[in-house]
Design a protein around this ligand. Structure first.
Ligand SMILES: Cc1ncc(COP(=O)(O)O)c(C=O)c1O
Length: 442
């Protein structure tokens, strides 16, 4: 098709001078978007391919962060690129008051990833926090209850609703948060208040419900592996035990798969599937769009019906270009068995971390599954006192040695390693050499 604008061949200037990039951002970004910078010196990226990135000077990096776990199937994935271009060339947006086949295909394909035996429906949005907000609203609408339980050390996003169920002070602002939210202690097997075990944490949850709420719940939020909290996996038996207790109080189990979903943990497509539970609501985002803004609430039909009579609309919800990317992601994960890849390559990377732990006393804990791993630095292994100072130096070293990872955890002493699912066995020695050098030069 031709367009009235075809003759406009304007070339947009992009100034790649490093100082100019930093100065322009510092001048024109609002403080709220400027503040989150991981390294002492800005890191500017100019291109990526599969699981590698290049800065503006041509330095190459092994990516172990996936742009905060969004680049699930690799940079410039040709299947994503092809489908996105195809869609962008025909219709760039179609709001949900009109009909279009691509988002509906994507919704259908997403429901096929869910446990059989339930009638699943999908609500498509743009970001994880937006989906968390909707989960709060939906759980309250469906149950008629207000109280919500979340876990300490959880991260669910930055919007008002999402930060209200986030259990780390650094991510909460100095304003009255949403009412009706209580926190139960996270069953962190390394650093939790009861140490190892499940029952004491389930008793705490009972206490939170009994003493902190009216006894009637809208629901409980759980990340099967806490992400920004520093890769903290829920122990076996906790999520199912929590679901029993929450259900007894009339509430829904809301599983946040924003980081751990989409085959990342290797053993199952969704991380809740390793816990013998069927949630009522699943929140998905980040990796489902491979970098395109896309999020989904996957909900049992009966629950979703609670909002059938009330206007709830996102101008950009179910954008067909993002949904075309989402379809490509689901296809590539399945066709190229990236779940198994995540399991095998993740296990090899974890072996590298365990080997490091045997040689460096500063590493208190190594944990994770699939492409979601962490090492935690401590001042002494017995006391487990967090060591954010050494982490700050290690983190700079990883960059200098060509690795992109993340410094996270409530004490900023955890190195979070979450590479794209397309990372291959041949990348493991690259990782090993870089992380070894990063520790040696501490
Ligand atoms: C577990 C989890 N839930 C929700 C969110 C919020 O997602 P978004 O940043 O897309 O709003 C995040 C973001 O990091 C997350 O890690």
């Amino acid at each position: 098709m031709t367009s009235q604008f075809d003759h406009d061949q304007h070339e947009f200037e992009i100034d790649w001078d490093s100082d100019a990039i930093v100065a322009r951002r510092n001048t024109y970004y609002a403080a709220s978007q400027r503040a989150f910078v991981p390294y002492q010196q800005p890191l500017i990226f100019s291109k990526g391919q599969d699981n590698y990135l290049w800065d503006e000077k041509g330095n190459k990096y092994l990516d172990c962060l996936s742009q905060n776990l969004t680049i699930s199937i690799g940079y410039n994935n040709p299947v994503v690129t092809r489908e996105v271009i195809k869609q962008a060339q025909t219709l760039q947006h179609c709001t949900t008051m009109f009909f279009h086949p691509v988002p509906a295909h994507f919704a259908e394909e997403l429901t096929r990833t869910m446990p059989a035996g339930e009638d699943w429906t999908v609500h498509l949005m743009n970001s994880g926090a937006e989906a968390i907000d909707m989960a709060i609203l939906l759980a309250r609408s469906y149950t008629g209850n207000i109280d919500i339980v979340s876990l300490t050390n959880a991260y669910h996003g930055a919007t008002f609703g999402a930060q209200s169920v986030t259990g780390i002070s650094g991510f909460r602002h100095n304003v009255p948060q949403l009412g009706g939210v209580q926190f139960a202690p996270v069953p962190d097997q390394y650093r939790g208040i009861h140490g190892e075990g499940v029952e004491p944490y389930l008793s705490d949850l009972e206490g939170t419900i009994h003493y902190g709420t009216c006894g009637q719940l809208a629901g409980m939020f759980i990340e099967p592996v806490q992400g920004y909290g520093g890769i903290v996996p829920m122990p076996e038996g906790y999520i199912s035990g929590a679901q029993e207790r929450v259900k007894a109080a009339g509430g829904l189990l809301i599983i946040d798969e924003v980081q751990a979903g989409m085959a990342r943990t290797g053993d199952s497509f969704w991380s809740f599937q390793q816990h013998d539970v069927v949630p009522d609501i699943v929140v998905a985002a980040k990796g489902i769009g491979n970098g395109f803004p896309l999020a989904a609430l996957i909900v049992k039909r009966e629950i979703a019906e609670a909002m059938a009579q009330k206007f709830y609309f996102h101008t950009y919800g179910a954008n067909p270009v993002s949904c075309a990317a989402g379809r490509a992601v689901l296809h590539v994960i399945e066709k190229h068995d990236l779940q198994q890849r995540a399991r095998e390559v993740g296990a090899a990377l974890l072996d590298v971390l365990r080997d490091l732990q045997a040689r460096h006393a500063v590493i208190g804990d190594v944990r994770g599954r699939g492409m979601m791993m962490a090492l935690e630095l401590v001042k002494d292994r017995a006391g487990k006192q967090p060591d954010p100072e050494t982490m700050a130096r290690l983190f700079e070293n990883t960059r200098a040695n060509g690795l992109v990872a993340s410094k996270s955890g409530a004490y900023r002493n955890v190195l979070r390693i979450c590479p794209p699912l397309c990372t291959q066995m041949e990348d493991v020695p690259v990782f090993e050499a870089a992380i070894n050098r990063s520790f040696e030069s501490l």
